[in-house]
Design a protein around this ligand. Sequence first.
Ligand SMILES: *Cc1c(COP(=O)(O)O)cnc(C)c1O
Length: 390
Amino acid sequence: MSQHRETKAIRIQTPKTGEKEHATPLFLTSSFTYNSAEEMAAAFADDSLDVNIYSRFSNPTVDEFIAKIAALEEAEDGIATGTGMAAIFSTFMTFLSKGDHIISASAVFGSTHTILTKYLPKWGIESSYFNMSQPESITALIRPNTKMLYLETPSNPGLDIIDIEETAKLCKKHNILFVVDNCFATPAVQQPIRFGADLVLHSATKFIDGQGRVLGGVVVGRKELINPLYLFVRNTGPSLSPFNAWILSKSLETLFIRMDKHADNALKLAKSLDNHPKVSKVKYPFLETHPQYVIAKKQMNNGGGIVTFEVKGGVDAGRKFLNALQMISVTNNLGDSRSIASHPASTTHSKLTEAERNEVGITPGLIRISVGLEHPEDILNDILQALEKC
Ligand SMILES: *Cc1c(COP(=O)(O)O)cnc(C)c1O
């Protein structure tokens, strides 16, 4: 009997042990035992055997988390890593070699940009960048040695959206691996593989954990792509810890209802701020004024949990806004049950020049709200009183 994804997020479970526990136990064990020397020899002789050897290779708690994410993204298989960056780095290292070329969106997560610009060149891997609002510019960047196209949709923090289906078609035509960082949406909101993406990855640290407690990463896709990734992780060691996997698997049980509520709260907030005299621009994927609203409606189930707006008065007003908040947390994380505000121009991106910030969509007064699960009126009221003070 086939099940809905909401059910799979709850019911996929490591087989019960002799204790007949209802909830999955935490398998805190570094290694696993064998009944004989022959059984151990067989486990080591064949990489593809489905037996547990050592928790750097596989672990039942980690496997449960991978199985759930793969089911939610409707992918064949996956690997899990200790952080989102480890998932991204492992993907680059597995599929890119000396002499290869990668095309990436210019607005990607800061550390991803650092890998592309500072580390990949050390191994002779070149990169080119395109602006997410000009997807038609990708074709001109394709070279004979282009191996991968990499992007986030919606992007961080600009909330730019690209048509996954159209981009996947272009990649297929040129035999390019299409990798999507689906962190802002989660599989509850968007399934890039359904639209043709080859690999989907996540920082599980964000909405997947959902309560700002643990770090984790995951990559899912076809078995033929996951096999080499699995061997890379197994041999180089960025594996996810069973403890974090246990938390993340538990978090997935509530992913769908959480994302519905995040999106409800976010849409309410976006609509309430839309005509505020101190706010010049509100951006949210499901607001009709979003430049890629039609694409968002096509490929997303809801608008997600992130809203951005521009506070009038530039960098100074943005800083004052953060300082005036009473309930909403000021921190760089996102995807938490607690609402979070950040002002990139005076914090995470303060070292860049204004021109560099504009290039990646960070305008002087840009505020990013990761809308939490508090009562929507309490979130709005804190923002309204802070706007009065800037
Ligand atoms: C946070 C984040 C990452 C990095 O994940 P970590 O778990 O912090 O290593 C990658 N991509 C996006 C879009 C993120 O928001």
